[in-house]
Design a protein around this ligand. Structure first.
Ligand code: 9MR
Length: 571
């Protein structure tokens, strides 16, 4: 025992798997190891040991110790970890811990659906039910006949459906693409592993349950149909490209339920990035949906081919960062990575030489930049192509496939090294707490999980699960960023319907909604005012107005769903 005791003990507030890593972080300036004790709900000490002194942690600006109770073989609920005289929040140790998060993280997508009534019986009660959004019932203008912005086109399109991107009412092809890809990839990898029944028919609370098709694919199809509606039709200028996005001319106020949005909606001009997001996800669709719905798979492939051809013919339609009135910009000036991703998906699906040549000619095929310590994202998609080519059997030479697989394990080892260097074992460099950092953490868990799938090396599984520990409370703030999970969980995420903090008659976000997380950029007025001077990993506030730290988004919940599905599997 030393004079300086612990000032906080941070654990995964959901708990730990019996066969998983069990580590916690204590905040303490003590320079000698501290005694830790694992206690049952009744107070009995069932395991004990001494912490490892980790010292200064750059991301949190805290001095930390690590307690490792992985060797404890017992199970139960209401455990606490006592370090230096201070107790953690209670947590469970049990198998099946991630079963509900697996389905809740996917439930988020149903609740974000546009163009369909959200049913009380499926959405978790009357508070979450709402009429269909954006079908043109006054005062709502609807997405069934949406005109273009001035000068973009002289016709209207039916672009109903899909998921709202986040807390706003926009629908964006860039970002819809990566989110859809992650869900469908989680199914494709599960099927290869034989664990797809967990997300099969009648496993989720969605209207399509019982239709004979795996529920996860039903959910992703809701977005795929929308993405294909965003394609410029044959016979029009720029045929085959995809409109970048559709959203309101002006930002709607908070709160505003989707069906009460009275703003004019507009299609924004096609972009190469959006076109390639469509090509990639539609090509993946053609491959993965073929056994369940051959006609839909064929429609996906036709759309993907047309998108690819149109992108090749129009490689410089760059979506600008400035187009952010009424919706997010999703500007992306580098599209070579999207070309690689789309080529990879089209090649993995068709095996055709032209797509193979586009893959092998791409600088991303050999670049180590495809998988970095920072991770992938809506603007950086080469990793998605890399993961597909590393995991889906193709006609690439065996040596090339082996090289791609090695690049995934190398990236996973980089994440493990990052984690080992940090007080909170976060797979994110301490300089990388940007907008949506929790999505990056979850995305890096996807890379770790894929490395485990490829090698069955336990360290990769442990890394993926420890990334979830971070999201569920083992972090600088002792905050679970997933609503409904943990003793101190986010509940006021920025959202126009789940806006209880702004209007007590509205619900909080449903269980399984991931907050964007710490953002050292402090890019909203509440964050700028209340978080001044924060250490990167502490730049977060559970306030509905802090959209730059506390929004939800499809591209963050999608890797969470992937990782939760992975964690729910037996090793
Ligand atoms: O996730 C996006 C982040 O990378 C950008 O820095 C930020 C500002 O452009 O936008 C984020 O995406 C938001 C989008 O623009 C609009 N819908 C909500 C998204 C999540 O906050």
């Amino acid at each position: 025992p030393t004079a300086a005791a612990a000032t906080a003990v941070r654990v995964n507030q959901l708990g730990y798997l019996p066969d998983g890593p069990k580590r916690a972080t204590a905040v303490s300036t003590a320079t000698a190891p501290l005694l830790w004790q694992l206690r049952t709900a009744a107070g009995a000490v069932v395991a004990s040991g001494f912490t490892t002194v980790r010292g200064a942690d750059a991301a949190s600006a805290q001095s930390t110790h690590q307690a490792d109770f992985s060797a404890y073989p017992g199970t139960g609920s209401g455990f606490t970890l006592v370090v230096g005289g201070l107790s953690s929040p209670p947590f469970a140790i049990r198998a099946g811990l991630y079963d509900s998060l697996r389905s809740d993280a996917l439930w988020f997508f149903y609740q974000q659906r546009s163009g369909i009534p959200i049913e009380a019986s499926l959405a978790g009660g009357a508070a979450y039910a709402r009429p269909a959004g954006h079908l043109g019932v006054a005062p709502n203008k609807g997405d069934t006949s949406v005109p273009c912005q001035a000068g973009v086109c002289d016709y209207s399109r039916d672009v109903r459906g899909g998921w709202y991107d986040a807390g706003d009412h926009g629908k964006y092809v860039v970002n819809g693409g990566i989110s859809t890809w992650l869900l469908v990839n989680s199914f494709e990898r599960a099927k290869a592993k034989g664990t797809d029944a967990a997300v099969g028919d009648s496993t989720l609370r969605i209207p399509e349950r019982g239709n004979g098709v795996p529920d996860l694919l039903d959910e992703a199809r809701w977005e795929l149909d929308f993405l294909m509606r965003m394609q410029v039709p044959t016979g029009r200028p720029l045929a085959g490209t995809a409109f970048h996005k559709i959203h309101d001319v002006n930002w709607t106020a908070l709160p505003t339920r989707p069906e009460r949005d009275a703003e004019v909606r507009e299609l924004h001009r096609p972009s190469t990035a959006a076109t390639l997001n469509l090509a990639a996800t539609a090509a993946q669709c053609a491959r993965v949906y073929a056994p369940y719905d051959a006609a839909f798979a064929a429609r996906c492939l036709d759309s993907a081919r047309r998108a690819w051809t149109a992108a090749r013919a129009n490689p410089n339609l760059i979506a600008p960062d400035s187009d952010s009135n009424g919706g997010g910009a999703y500007g992306d000036s580098t599209v070579s990575d999207e070309f690689y991703w789309a080529a990879a998906e089209l090649y993995a699906t068709t095996g055709e030489a032209a797509y193979r040549d586009a893959v092998t000619a791409s600088p991303w095929h050999t670049s180590s930049g495809a998988l970095t310590a920072f991770g992938f994202g809506w603007a950086d998609t080469a990793a998605l192509g890399r993961l597909t080519l590393a995991t889906v059997p193709t006609g690439l030479p065996a040596a090339d496939t082996a090289r791609l697989r090695a690049s995934v394990t190398t990236a996973a080892d980089t994440h493990l090294a990052t984690m080992a260097g940090q007080g909170y074992a976060v797979p994110l460099p301490s300089t990388a707490y940007y907008w949506g950092s929790n999505g990056q953490v979850a995305g890096n868990a996807v890379v770790l999980g894929t490395a485990y799938d490829l090698t069955r090396q336990p360290r990769y599984r442990a890394g993926a699960i420890e990334a979830l520990d971070y999201l569920l409370g083992r972090n600088a703030l002792g905050q679970s960023y997933i609503s409904g999970y943990g003793t101190q969980a986010s509940r006021n995420q920025h959202h126009r319907f789940w806006a209880h903090q702004a209007d007590a008659s509205l619900p909080n976000p449903p269980a399984g909604s991931l907050a964007g997380g710490p953002n050292s950029g402090l890019q909203d007025p509440v964050a700028a005012e209340r978080l001044r001077g924060c250490a990167p990993a502490a730049c977060y506030i559970d306030d509905i107005e802090s959209y730059s730290t506390n929004e939800v988004a499809v591209n963050w919940n999608a890797p969470l769903a992937w990782a939760a599905q992975f964690a729910a599997e037996r090793p």
